[in-house]
Design a protein around this ligand. Sequence first.
Ligand SMILES: Nc1nc2c(ncn2[C@@H]2O[C@H](COP(=O)(O)OP(=O)(O)OP(=O)(O)O)[C@@H](O)[C@H]2O)c(=O)[nH]1
Ligand SMILES: [Mg+2]
Length: 199
Amino acid sequence: MQIHKAQFRCSSQRTSQVPADALRDIAFIGRSNVGKSSLINMLTGHAGLAKVSGTPGKTRLINHFLIDDRWYLVDLPGYGYARASRSVRNEFSRLILDYVLRCEKMHFLYVLVDARLEPQRIDLDFFGLLGREGVPFGIVFTKIDKLSAAQLRRNLDRYRSTLLEQWEELPPIFCVSSADRRGREEILAHIEKCLTDCS
Ligand SMILES: Nc1nc2c(ncn2[C@@H]2O[C@H](COP(=O)(O)OP(=O)(O)OP(=O)(O)O)[C@@H](O)[C@H]2O)c(=O)[nH]1
Ligand SMILES: [Mg+2]
């Protein structure tokens, strides 16, 4: 799939404010600073579309980008930003959970994890929740340009074994770098499949 047109549509503070049309959302979520906004810019080929920052907690709202007048790519706030105050953290979690678990537009969720890190409790718990709630999701390992091929293989093996302690079947797994654009075609092909499978 190619993306020809990507337009910022709106930022929502709550699920009731998301676009009311019938177009489907493909959303990106993950811990703060994992590279959600960078990946959205890389996939769309628009460098400044989603705001990227070295400071965690940059994306605070549900951002909808209309793609080729056909579907929405959604940038969500990061979870688990330890330095945010408790009330801000709670507000983020409420916003995220309400959207992810209850919004009918939400069609497929890519959960991003930093390929350099060992499996983090907060991500594993989140996968568990998605599984229990029946939310369709995939895992995207980010920033793979910061690892050698051998390190990446080792980290992926470790991650898969951890997941297999709890899951009988693994969700779709992708590896990307927004720096060198690796993984772009695979994700775009998967999005296309998600959009056509259930149309
Ligand atoms: N080397 C490298 N750096 C990356 C990659 N993706 C993101 N970064 C850097 O990581 C930092 C965070 O990127 P963002 O895209 O803003 O992360 P985010 O997940 O949207 O962050 P929040 O909105 O704060 O939750 C920025 O400094 C990016 O330049 C990547 O694939 N490779
Ligand atoms: Mg962001």
